[in-house]
Structure formats: structure tokens, C-alpha cells
Design a protein around this ligand. Structure first.
Ligand SMILES: NC(=O)c1ccc[n+]([C@@H]2O[C@H](COP(=O)([O-])OP(=O)(O)OC[C@H]3O[C@@H](n4cnc5c(N)ncnc54)[C@H](O)[C@@H]3O)[C@@H](O)[C@H]2O)c1
Length: 311
């Protein structure tokens, strides 16, 4: 049994990690300011975790959260490209200053390892082929710059202070609990709920942009492996499925699952969005022994079952 802090544990990905850690018998603390996270995400485990309702931007709160902790899964962030374009300072403070505060607290409190929710957005446009970790990053949005800066800080804290760190670059994660509401909703929850309501999903651009949509169970699996490997030293590792799917194909598959034929409404592309995103996952295989455990089609069907319960 390990003592694990999950920052952003009330959010979409964080809550899945918390549930898994609790189920595996670990002692879990959550730090979350509930800006996008929801209390209901923790309902099932509420009496088995320690909850710090606090903000990463507060160094003292980070220090309290790291006390007696061995491992940190750092998921808390303002996790949106368009939000970072609309309000770059807000996301800068949470994503860069917050990560820095957490790392300082982790060193001061002698935490063993920090595993960080990094983002595929760090790559930018670069290549149409699969993106591997040796490619030179080309972040296009404030969010991408912020998440990439976090990776560099993790590596520097490993080199300079001996904190074991690893950055997992997630590629477009989807699954139950991902919020479908509002102008910043991610693609799959927004498409699924629109179609379930009989409405046309809104697509930014022509829909031929591609993503390596990654079902949540794969991300939880990768995090568990990152906790278990004997040592980490600031590595950056893609977490994805290694397959790419176009946005138009996602909508076609959802229509097929639902037995509908609803066309998308296309609007102008958004600034900061990239055209193609597809992962090479050989580093995850080599360093973590990772293999995707749920493929895209199966994940999409499972996610759709969740969105049915909301509509
Ligand atoms: N969802 C994806 O496709 C994806 C892809 C790449 C990387 N990521 C990264 O994964 C992590 C989790 O993303 P998510 O999709 O679960 O988003 P989410 O919004 O559901 O979760 C983020 C959590 O962080 C909390 N939070 C935000 N600012 C905070 C602060 N200053 N102090 C304390 N808590 C704060 C929120 O309340 C929320 O619970 C983020 O770091 C994000 O950048 C997500």
C-alpha cells in the first residue's frame, strides 16, 4: 500500500485514478479546487479518501497536501486550449505556477515520485505521421506552452533535486464523467450528447482533422504502470492508442451506434487547434510495458452508454 496524492482528483481523469487507487488498497489524498472538478465524481470513494479542497496556486496548500506522501499523480490544471486563448493568465497561473508550487512542496516533503499529466498539444503541427517523443515540440497555444513547461520543470526537478518524475503525454482522452456541457467541452462528449438529443454536432473546420482518441482505461493503466516501474528520471512518454481517427469518422461511428443519420454543422476552425495528432507509443511499451487495453471503437461504445444516462 502506498500513500498517493492525486491533484485534480475531482476531475474527469483524476477521479478515475482515485477510484482505481482506492480499489487497489492505496491510501489516497485529493487536492482540488473544484473549478472544473465535481464533488459527485468522488461520491463512490468519499469516505475512503482524504480531501483537501485547496488551490495549487497556494504554496502552503501544496505543502500540506504533500505531507507524508510517497507518490503524486499531478492531474490538476485548467485543461483547455480555447480557455487558454480566452484567458491565458488564468491557465498560466494554474498550469505553470501551480505545477512549480507542487514540485517545490514535493521536494521539501521528500515525496518519492511525481507523475504528470502532460499533453500531446506540446507537439504542435510538426509531422502528419505518428508523433514520437524525440520530435522538437512546437506548442501552438498558451495551454500547450504551459503543459510543455511543466514537463521541463519535472525533468529539472529530477536532475537538480533528485525527485523521481515522469511526464505522460496524454492524447485526447475520453470516457465517462468527461463534461459534455459548455463551449469548452471536448469533442466526443459534445458530439455524443448532441446526437443523443437529435441535434447536429458542431465541428470546428472540415472534420478531416485526426486525433488519437484514447479511452480513459488506457490512461489509468499507464499511470498505474508509471507508479510501479522501479525508477523514473524525468522521461516524457506518449499515452495513446497509436491509431488515428478523423472527427468525421467519430461522428459516423456515433451515428451508427445510435442508428441515426444526423449531419454535423461545420463552423470555422479554432485558433490554437492542431490538424493531426497521432501517437507513436513505442516509448510507453519500452519504458512502462504499456499496451492499450481498450481500443477506440469499444471505448466509444462505452462512453456513449454513459452519455445516454445524462440525456
Ligand atoms: N482530457 C484530455 O484529453 C487531456 C489530454 C491531455 C492532457 N490532459 C491533462 O490531464 C489533466 C486532467 O484533465 P481532465 O480532462 O481530467 O480535466 P478536468 O477539468 O476534468 O480536471 C482538472 C481538475 O483540476 C482541478 N483544478 C484546476 N485548477 C486547479 C487549481 N488551481 N488547484 C487545484 N485544482 C485545480 C479542477 O477542479 C479539476 O478537478 C490535466 O492536467 C490536463 O491538462 C487531459
Amino acid at each position: 500500500m502506498a500513500r498517493v496524492l492525486v491533484t485534480g482528483g475531482a476531475g474527469f481523469i483524476g477521479a478515475h485514478l482515485v477510484e482505481r487507487l482506492v480499489a487497489d488498497g492505496h491510501q489516497v489524498r485529493v487536492l482540488d479546487n473544484f473549478s472544473t472538478g465535481r464533488r459527485s465524481n468522488l461520491d463512490a470513494v468519499r469516505d475512503r479518501i482524504e480531501l483537501h479542497e485547496a488551490d495549487l496556486r497556494d504554496p502552503a496548500a501544496c505543502d500540506r497536501a504533500c505531507r507524508d506522501i510517497e507518490y503524486v499523480l499531478h492531474e490538476a490544471a485548467v485543461p483547455s486550449v480555447p480557455k487558454s486563448v480566452a484567458a491565458p493568465r488564468d491557465s498560466h497561473e494554474a498550469n505553470i505556477d501551480g505545477t512549480f508550487n507542487l514540485l517545490q512542496a514535493a521536494v521539501a516533503r521528500k515525496v518519492r515520485r511525481v507523475v504528470y499529466a502532460a499533453s500531446s498539444s506540446a507537439y504542435g503541427e510538426g509531422t502528419e505521421g505518428p508523433k514520437h517523443e524525440e520530435l522538437c515540440p512546437g506548442p501552438l497555444s498558451p495551454y500547450a506552452v504551459q503543459k510543455l513547461t511543466g514537463e521541463h520543470y519535472l525533468r529539472a526537478f529530477c536532475t537538480c533535486f533528485g525527485l523521481e518524475t515522469m511526464s505522460l503525454r496524454y492524447f485526447n482522452v475520453f470516457g465517462a464523467r468527461q463534461n459534455p456541457a459548455g463551449e469548452y467541452a471536448a469533442a466526443i462528449p459534445a458530439f455524443a450528447t448532441a446526437l443523443l438529443r437529435g441535434q447536429s454536432p458542431t465541428v470546428f473546420g472540415d472534420g478531416e482533422q485526426t486525433r488519437d482518441f484514447t479511452y480513459i482505461d488506457n490512461v489509468v493503466h499507464a499511470n498505474m504502470l508509471a507508479l510501479q516501474v522501479p525508477r523514473t528520471a524525468g522521461e516524457v512518454v506518449n499515452v495513446a492508442t497509436g491509431q488515428r481517427v478523423s472527427v468525421n469518422a467519430v461522428i459516423a461511428q456515433l451515428n451508427e451506434l445510435l442508428g441515426t443519420r444526423i449531419a454535423a454543422r461545420h463552423v470555422a476552425p479554432r485558433p490554437g487547434d492542431i490538424r493531426h495528432s497521432w501517437a507513436d507509443i513505442s516509448a510507453a511499451r519500452r519504458l512502462l510495458g504499456y499496451e492499450p487495453i481498450v481500443g477506440f471503437a469499444e471505448g466509444l461504445a462505452r462512453a456513449l452508454e454513459y452519455y445516454r444516462t445524462l440525456v
